[in-house]
Design a binder for this molecule. Structure first.
Ligand code: NAD
Length: 366
């Protein structure tokens, strides 16, 4: 092997050391064709929690990297939303349109069961509640089931509610008042979350400019709320607005879009909004206030974490409303330390995990 080849080798333990992962489990079941990886990042706060993504990964390395990245993200999302859980994630290598079966998810369930509650999973990209109805035949360590199966159901409503609360906190910081009445919000993505968010924003008297690549979704919103203005998908970044709200895909804040932005603040549901961390630095330099994605969109996680205590809708919405307060704390840290908000959110989380870790070791000797 040449030196160049050696450099390209992906070292699993080096990666785990760098980002603090505790455990990676590879599952292969010949009978059902299941190939999955479970990554458990950090269980200081409690058993790991994180959905299961099914994707036709180009390589096993891509799948592993995704599991490592997403499980770490879950540690931060759980900690910031005060859920006493650590971060974990499962990836299944396969095509969700072709490779799903009841047996495949039962097989996954039996592997989850071997962890005896160290990790709970549920839906993510490529999986739906019914897949975990299958998994539940083999394990109780699953969440996010449909309501008719005793779960908390669609998480998009509470996610939209959390984004709305987060947007109010963002407006307070950027414009001095948390009322969205009269502000112009540009909404990208009118899917499950975006559509519900539009309802909250219209109710509060915001002016909306919306877009989606799905004409059907645009039409649905336009029929319901005639006053919204629509633009083409590529135009949404450059519209005159107070707040830009990404609710479609990740990586939409990047080198191409930042120069186009005319907003003063960004707050939405999409995961991994910043293409790279340096784009968060650029927003900070430009004076655009960014509500970190994993804080603003924590509503869904809050709902499934609540399900583990016996789902109580009022309690879950009450906890999701606290996204307002948490963002307030993050904006304070950002100002006090003159650091971008995405870094301030990480500081808040890391301090919390460290403190709780110390509390636990004091009494348990762990
Ligand atoms: N559903 C939840 O509970 C939840 C929780 C946390 C985070 N999120 C994140 O929020 C985002 C939206 O989730 P969702 O459940 O509403 O998904 P969804 O698939 O229902 O909606 C996404 C919408 O974005 C549109 N879209 C895709 N590319 C676009 C583009 N270039 N321009 C404009 N529109 C585009 C799609 O047509 C679709 O209508 C995702 O990034 C998701 O990961 C969702």
């Amino acid at each position: 092997m040449s030196n160049t080849d050696k450099k390209d080798v992906f070292s699993i333990f080096a990666e785990m050391e760098k980002y603090g992962h505790e455990q990676i489990i590879f599952n292969y079941d010949k009978a059902t064709g299941l190939k999955s990886i479970i990554a458990i990042h950090d269980t200081t706060l409690g058993p790991a929690l994180g959905g299961c993504r099914m994707w036709n990964y180009e390589s096993e390395q891509d799948a592993l990297r995704d599991a490592l990245r997403l499980s770490r993200g879950m540690t931060y999302k759980c900690a910031v939303s005060n859920a006493m859980h650590g971060g974990g994630k499962t990836v299944i290598i396969g095509d969700p349109k072709k490779d799903k079966s009841d047996e495949l998810f039962q097989s996954l369930g039996s592997y989850i069961e071997t962890l005896k509650g160290r990790y709970y999973t549920g839906t993510d990209v490529g999986t739906v509640g019914m897949d975990f109805v299958s998994a539940k035949k083999q394990t109780n360590y699953v969440v996010g089931l449909p309501e008719e199966y005793g779960g908390s159901g669609n998480s998009a409503i509470i996610t939209a509610y959390g984004v709305w609360r987060g947007m109010k906190a963002t407006a307070k910081e950027a414009f001095g008042t948390d009322s969205l009445n009269g502000l112009t919000v540009a909404v990208q993505g009118l899917g499950k979350v975006g559509h519900n968010l539009v309802k909250y924003l219209i109710d509060e008297g915001a002016n909306l400019i919306v877009t989606d690549i799905s004409e059907e979704n645009v039409h649905r919103v336009k029929e319901e709320f005639r006053q919204v203005k629509t633009v083409k998908p590529e135009e949404i970044f450059s519209v005159e607005c107070d707040i830009f709200s990404p609710n479609a895909l990740g990586a939409v804040i990047n080198d191409q879009t930042i120069p186009q932005l005319k907003c003063k603040a960004i707050c939405g549901a999409a995961n991994n909004v910043l293409a790279e961390n340096r784009h968060g630095d650029l927003l900070h330099e430009k004076g655009i206030l960014y509500a970190p994605d994993y804080v603003a969109n924590a509503g869904g996680l809050i709902q499934v974490a609540d399900e583990l205590q016996g789902y109580n809708k009022d309690r879950a919405f009450k906890n999701a409303s606290l996204i307002y307060d948490i963002l307030g704390q993050i904006f304070e840290i950002s100002k006090k330390e003159n650091i971008p908000t995405y870094k301030a959110a990480d500081v808040l989380v890391e301090t919390k995990i460290e403190k709780i870790g110390r509390v636990q070791s004091k009494f348990t000797g762990r």
